[in-house]
Write a new protein. Structure first.
Length: 384
């Protein structure tokens, strides 16, 4: 007969380190990370939703760089904390079930387990899918943005219920002092060491990834997906090759078309160069969490819109030469389209824009997700 692995009982777990005093403290840090991650995530989603007609602000220039950097880094910080937290409570899975005749206790216990199952599933889903996205790895077929957004509400809702239900336990956990030394007669680390190790693991995970957005940390960030470097000092997300524009972007007959109520104007790259050039420092801040500051030179988008009598309150769309895949076009609300720093850039750090950064010209606007900074622009049109 095959030997059966016995299902453990709560008493089978004897570690004195799994204690409410540890769970409460690690849980609070985890809750803080989830809170910041949730709010910065909502902020990012707002750019896509245009929620209630409310337009995100055009400043500060580095705003999205900070909020999206925080979003990805608090998500990364949460991973070790979640693992330690789950480790500290998982024997509770094996708590003896209440006797079946006590219906009220059975229902309460079932509800508690269900709510925790939802919380754990949503948290793991969010962290796994978010991490995969920040590494540009999409081994699934569902929409990342829609599912990550829905998952966020499930996770945060389940978290609020969990905190409310566990408030007495959290209080109790904080009331119990973390012992700094293992109790006499025992060996191994103290509970304080466990909490410190969890925080340290979290800090190391952040440092190992933050270099993609904090230039000072580039050298220590061994795990960062983007080093913060690339051609012309800026990483490349999608290359010209990947976008299928290597021929069209260099073609002799390339024209930028500007379309508005006053008709259509076609401009060669030389004609764009002959217009008044402006230079501004604006970062590229990718939703994946990396970012880089850069100096761009080119034509103010507003100057191009004036050529076709676009009204000041016009919504504007820019279209790329890219014919397949996503991100081939983006829309600018009037505040972005007419912002004096919004450019169709021709140069990066004083050099001609490289093909991978969007030659012949690319959009760059302040405080806007990188995915909306369309490269290889061939058409600017007034939408409404
Ligand atoms: N046409 C087009 N523009 C694009 C993209 C794209 O895939 N196609 N990727 C965007 C994304 S996700 C980012 S983060 C920025 C990155 O710009 P860079 O490659 O010049 O750093 O370009 C944006 N512009
Ligand atoms: Mo991006």
């Amino acid at each position: 007969m095959p030997s059966m692995v016995p299902i453990p009982r709560e008493e089978s777990f004897s570690s004195r380190l799994r204690d409410t005093s540890v769970t409460a403290r690690v849980g609070s840090w985890l809750g803080l990370c989830f809170g910041v991650c949730f709010l910065t995530g909502l902020y990012s989603h707002w750019y896509y939703l245009g929620a209630g007609g409310l337009v995100p602000p055009t400043g500060p220039t580095w705003g999205y760089r900070v909020t999206q950097g925080l979003h990805v880094l608090t998500g990364i910080a949460a991973i070790p904390l979640l693992l330690v937290k789950l480790w500290s409570v998982y024997p509770k899975l094996f708590v003896a079930l209440p006797p079946l005749r006590d219906v009220r206790a059975v229902v309460l216990s079932a509800l508690e387990r269900l709510s925790i199952a939802v919380l754990v599933a949503a948290s793991v889903f969010q962290l796994v899918v978010g991490l995969a996205n920040s590494a540009q790895w999409y081994p699934w077929s569902f929409s990342f943005r829609a599912s990550h957004y829905a998952g966020a509400w499930v996770a945060i809702g389940a978290l609020l219920v969990h905190v409310a239900v566990k408030l007495p336990a959290i209080r109790e956990g904080y009331a119990a002092r973390l012992d700094a030394e293992p109790p006499s007669g025992t060996t191994g680390p103290s509970r304080r060491t466990v909490v410190r190790a969890a925080l340290l693991a979290s800090a190391v995970a952040v440092l190992a990834n933050a270099g993609g957005t904090v230039p000072l940390l580039r050298r220590v960030s061994v795990l960062a997906v983007r080093s913060g470097e690339g051609p012309q000092g800026v990483p490349v997300n999608r290359s010209a090759q990947a976008a299928g524009v290597t021929t069209t972007a260099r073609a002799e007959d390339y024209r930028l078309t500007v379309a508005g109520p006053g008709g259509e104007v076609e401009l060669t790259r030389a004609e764009l160069e002959a217009m008044e050039q402006r230079t501004h420092d604006l970062p590229i801040a990718c939703v994946e969490g990396w970012s880089a500051g850069a100096t761009w030179t080119g034509v103010r988008l507003g100057d191009l819109l004036d050529l076709v009598d676009a009204p000041a309150d016009a919504v504007v769309r820019v279209r790329s030469l890219q014919t397949r895949g996503s991100f081939g076009s983006s829309e600018l609300p009037p505040s972005f389209a007419r912002h004096p720093h919004t450019l169709l850039a021709l140069r990066l750090h004083g050099e001609e824009l490289s093909l991978d950064h969007g030659y012949p010209c690319r959009l760059i606007a302040p405080n806007r997700p990188g995915v909306m900074q369309t490269k290889w622009v061939t058409r600017v049109e007034v939408v409404a």
